[in-house]
Design a protein around this ligand. Structure first.
Ligand code: NAP
Length: 228
């Protein structure tokens, strides 16, 4: 392996944007470790091209700890938590059960930050901790309403991300809170604006352009800054 080859851990890569990112980064020469919750045909195909596949459910603290142990002293230039859910996202808060609202919050806000804390010491100085948020996580840009539990979970993720960055400010890595665009995946649906290839090409270019920078930024896949 060339010494300057960058390495990444992509979390939630069984399909959709995570799978697309794993593929795009591997194509650009990154050493990629990508996670699934259960066997993913997409990742199995990438494994044949040298992508290492691991299994973890980010809602399961013991599984995250076990992955951390398996990956041992490995150091990454990029840890990207992509995993997320949009369960009954079209229903207003009062129309979903408390359990659904709580689970969306746990998976989209609590688990990514707990994962980030578990792997903060696995980031190379100058590296990046990236979190897949959404423009829907912006409180100030919420002019249309809708997607209530999802919006709230991503707004909470953004808030946790800012506190996470403050807690780790003395470490050598930066934090990126990213919006991939409205993308044609199972979550985004067939009517979405852009395809996975367009979104991940933009995200990879934003991430590569910011390696070595500290602090926190909330950016879309074109590199535009979003209001919190
Ligand atoms: N698509 C869009 O337009 C859009 C826009 C803004 C933000 N986003 C965000 O982008 C991210 C990826 O979305 P997507 O469109 O690619 O969605 P997707 O096609 O539904 O894929 C979701 C991914 O997250 C994984 N995942 C869900 N819960 C998990 C958990 N507890 N532990 C580990 N992995 C878990 C899924 O794994 P399984 O296969 O095991 O379910 C799958 O790999 C999400 O955070 C989403 O909120 C998407």
């Amino acid at each position: 392996m060339p010494e300057n080859r960058k390495s990444t851990l992509i979390v939630g890569a069984s399909r959709g944007l995570g799978l697309g990112l794993a593929e795009a980064l591997a194509r650009r020469g990154w050493q990629v470790t990508a996670t699934q919750r259960s066997p993913s045909p997409g990742l199995a195909a990438l494994a044949a091209d040298g992508v290492r596949v691991e299994t973890v459910d980010i809602d399961d603290d013991a599984a995250v700890a076990s992955l951390r142990e398996r990956l041992g002293g490995e150091i990454f230039d990029l840890v990207f938590v992509v995993a997320g859910v949009a369960t009954q996202a079209h229903e207003p808060l009062h129309a979903v059960t408390r359990e659904v609202a709580a689970q969306v919050y746990l998976t989209n806000a609590v688990s990514p930050i707990r994962f980030a804390d578990a792997f903060a010491d696995a980031l190379r100085p100058g590296g990046t901790l990236a979190l897949m948020s959404s423009v829907l996580g912006s409180v100030s840009l919420n002019e249309d309403g809708g997607w209530e539990t999802y919006r709230a979970s991503k707004a909470a993720l953004n808030t946790y991300a800012r506190s996470f960055e403050i807690r780790h400010r003395d470490a050598g890595f930066g934090v990126l809170v990213l919006h991939p665009g409205w993308v044609r995946t199972e979550m985004g649906g067939a009517e979405a604006d852009i395809d996975v290839a367009t979104s991940v090409a933009g995200l990879v270019s934003v991430i590569e352009g910011r390696l070595g920078r500290k602090g926190i930024a909330y950016l879309d896949y074109r590199g535009e800054t979003l209001a919190w």
